[in-house]
Design a protein around this ligand. Sequence first.
Ligand code: 5GP
Ligand code: ZN
Length: 114
Amino acid sequence: MAADCIFCRIVAGTIPATKVFEDEQSLAFRDLHPATPVHVLVIPKEHIASTAHAVESHASLLGHLMLVAAKVAEQEGLAKGFRLVANTGADGGQTVDHLHLHVLGGRSMTWPPG
Ligand code: 5GP
Ligand code: ZN
């Protein structure tokens, strides 16, 4: 756990969040500022700063996060589809330095993103 990390604090329970899924390795909760009708963040409980900081030993955890994201999408009724986003670093638009997958859905989306 990184003491100054918002998402580590959510894992620790010292910052509240609306949780939609939790298991031993991961946590999913609603984004504070939803960009789409459904906007959930899936995070590892372990602090990893970004996808660029992930190493080989994280491989199964990273795969698990994608499966959790798909499970959350199903739970949220996103049968028509959804988008998974992992903003990484400054140019990627990452604002919280704890690896997370955005599960975005509930409306049709365009490509490419801004
Ligand atoms: P990023 O920009 O790093 O890809 O995504 C960070 C996301 O975390 C943003 O969509 C932002 O709205 C969300 N966020 C930031 N602080 C909090 C918080 O304290 N609680 C929740 N639930 N979401 C947060
Ligand atoms: Zn963290």
